[in-house]
Design a protein around this ligand. Sequence first.
Ligand SMILES: [Zn+2]
Length: 186
Amino acid sequence: MKAVRIHEYGGPEVLKYEDIEVPVQQPDEVLIRVKACALNHLDLWIRQGLPRVKSLPHILGSDISGEVVEAGSLCWRVKPGQRVLLAPGVSCRQCEWCVSGQDNQCQKYTLFGSGVAGGNREYMTAPEYTVIPIPESLGFEEAAAAPGRGRAGGPPLPGQCAAESRSIRRSFGSVRAGGGATARHA
Ligand SMILES: [Zn+2]
């Protein structure tokens, strides 16, 4: 499958369009065919090494929508073929904060595209608890733009966003400009 990865920190030129293996989901995970991934300012910071990620190469992209391809044996809420978006937060689901619903306080809390690989790829795995079904009336691009609206705060820097969008558009096709930009996968 195709993915956009970074092997080093820097400007848009470090985004590399590459072939990588399709991931295999764990029993509590879902395999998603990514249909759209919004550009969040987080992508720009991490691409520049602020903060640095655990290891390179790394896949950016925190705000993701797509279709369920396969669901692991322990998944019960979603099924193949469903249109979904991903809540970007990933946490331990076991600590006091997670159990009380304040998972963003969890010591292991992170986001797709930050502490774990993100959505700038054709297929990705995600814990089932991050998967949110979306209605037919909501397009994949609109759905991918939704998670960041509830989290990010400020708009992206237009110049940086445009450069990044051009680079991602070359790889994946259409890009919508707005509060952020959304790349739609083929
Ligand atoms: Zn936790």
